[in-house]
Each structure stands twice: as structure tokens, then as C-alpha cells.
Write a protein that binds this ligand. Structure first.
Ligand code: G1P
Length: 274
């Protein structure tokens, strides 16, 4: 079972300025719940009980959110509004949080490597990018679906993929692979944000990963790539070439809440399904 989930949460969220000037982008709410809380709930649903969050300067609100606010608890206890706290109380009671800071922004691979100190080398672990918000129509969450696959292939990393319009490949890590069973590919190539003409397919990685501890050495060996940043896609390619990366076409719906359009779409979708 995967027990730990890493949340890279050090980015500046510039696309949401000025909202993200003093508020971490991971704390922006879709309806009444911050993006990061959706991610933590998904990790819990997959069996994780340890949340490792890679933060940065100006992200204190994240730590406060996943902690008890005694004053609030005191004010709300016994009132009709107490139920608003049920979900966050359940989270606080069922998992632990640890934090480390990414001092410089050198890419997603670098953020994951920064989390090594919280994750250790014993077991495989999950990574959730909270701005990819996933819904699963009451079925199993995306990370839980991936955990089932990892259980069957414990030596392999698993990345979640979806089909995208070929014109959008420059926004994602894109894979090429051999179909080994329904919705499951053995990855043979992966490229970070290729131009459509260079893309090996239209299968894009979304922000859900299950990684084996070997990934940390692979990241350490990875030179800066696209955008001068250390890319997790490039580090994963090293393991893919050893046959150790699977790509899983998940069932469910994913919203790109890192963009204003995706955020609005998610808000409307979740509002309609209230
Ligand atoms: C990151 C990854 C990319 C992946 C994407 C999913 O990019 O580098 O491979 O497809 O997340 O959201 P970012 O969106 O952080 O630029």
C-alpha cells in the first residue's frame, strides 16, 4: 500500500495574480474547499495517511489550514454551523502532515527531490499536483485506481494520462507506449511539453504519479530540460527505458485548475453536482 503522498506546493501561481499575492494558489477554493484539500482527500481515499508538502515562502496558510484553530472550534461548537468543519476535522484526525521548503523554484523534478527528506527510501509514494483537480463520479478516485495498478506492478512507477487534442501537447508531458492491457501502457518514451509536431502521441500526463524510491537518484542524475528546469518527465524517462514506468488512462474527469478557464469549469461542474 502507498502510505505517503507528496504535494509540490511551492509555485507562485502567477496566473492567478493578484489573488495569489498573499494566498497560496493551492488554497484557492473550488466552492468552499481549497484545491489542496481535494488533493489530500484523494490521497486518503487511496490509503495514504502521511501528507508531505513541499512549500515555499508565503505559504503559511497551508499549515494553518491543516491544523486545529482553537478559537474557531470554540466559537462554532454546538452551533448550526459546526458541520462545516466535519471534513477538515476528519482529515486532521486521520493523517499527519509534514512540510519542507523549496528554496528555489527549479522545476517539478526539483520539487519532488526536495521532498525526499520527508518521503525516505523505504516505499513507493504518490505525488499529487493539486491544481489538477479530478472527479470520479462517485467511483474510485484517480489515485486509488492507480494504487491498484501499482499493487500489481510494485517495481513500476505509474503516471496518469488522458487523451488531449494534439494542438495542446506543449502544455504537458507526453508519453509513447505499448498497450499491455485495457487503459494501461508500458511507457517507451516521454517528452516534456513537445510541440505538436514532435509529440510521440496525444497521451498527456496529468498531475498524479506513483513513484518508486529509485526516482530520487534518477532526478539527481537529470540535467535541466524544458524551460531550464529539472523535469520529472526526464527523470521518469530513465526508468521507462528500463521498463519501469506504466501509464494509466484513468476513468474520471480532470480540470486544469492552474488556468482560469479550467478553474471556472471546475467551479461550475462541482456547483451543478451539489
Ligand atoms: C507538470 C509536468 C507535466 C505534466 C503537468 C500536468 O507541468 O511537468 O509533465 O503534464 O504537470 O499538470 P506544469 O503544469 O506544472 O507546467
Amino acid at each position: 500500500m502507498i502510505k505517503k503522498c507528496l504535494f509540490p506546493a511551492a509555485g507562485y501561481g502567477t496566473r492567478f495574480l493578484p489573488a495569489t499575492k498573499a494566498i497560496p494558489k493551492e488554497m484557492l477554493p473550488v466552492l468552499t474547499k481549497p484545491l489542496l484539500q481535494y488533493g489530500v482527500e484523494e490521497a486518503l481515499s487511496a490509503g495514504c495517511d502521511t501528507m508531505a508538502i513541499v512549500t515555499g515562502r508565503g505559504k503559511r496558510a497551508i499549515e494553518d489550514h491543516f491544523d486545529i484553530s482553537y478559537e474557531l472550534e470554540h466559537q462554532i461548537k454546538g452551533t448550526s454551523k459546526e458541520h462545516y468543519l466535519n471534513e477538515i476535522r476528519a482529515i486532521i484526525n486521520n493523517c499527519t502532515f509534514s512540510y519542507t521548503r523549496q528554496i528555489e523554484m527549479k522545476g517539478l523534478g526539483h520539487a519532488i527531490l526536495t521532498g525526499e527528506t520527508l518521503i525516505g527510501h523505504e516505499d513507493s509514494f504518490a505525488v499529487i499536483l493539486a491544481d489538477d483537480l479530478c472527479d470520479n463520479n462517485e467511483g474510485e478516485t484517480v489515485l486509488r485506481q492507480m494504487a491498484h495498478i501499482h499493487k500489481r506492478f510494485p517495481d513500476c512507477c505509474v503516471v496518469a494520462i488522458e487523451e488531449i487534442d494534439k494542438s495542446e501537447t506543449n502544455k504537458y508531458g507526453v508519453i509513447a507506449g505499448e498497450l499491455i492491457e485495457d487503459n494501461l501502457y508500458k511507457v517507451t518514451d516521454m517528452v516534456e511539453k513537445p510541440a505538436p509536431i514532435d509529440a510521440p502521441s496525444n497521451l498527456a500526463i496529468i498531475g498524479r504519479y506513483i513513484l518508486v524510491p529509485e526516482i530520487f537518484d534518477a532526478i539527481r542524475d537529470t540535467k535541466p530540460g524544458r524551460g531550464g528546469e529539472i523535469q520529472i518527465t526526464d527523470a521518469l524517462l530513465k526508468l521507462a527505458l528500463k521498463g519501469k514506468v506504466l501509464a494509466y488512462k484513468f476513468s474520471g474527469k480532470r480540470f486544469d485548475c492552474g488556468s482560469v478557464d479550467g478553474f471556472v469549469e471546475a467551479t461550475n461542474y462541482f456547483y451543478k453536482s451539489l
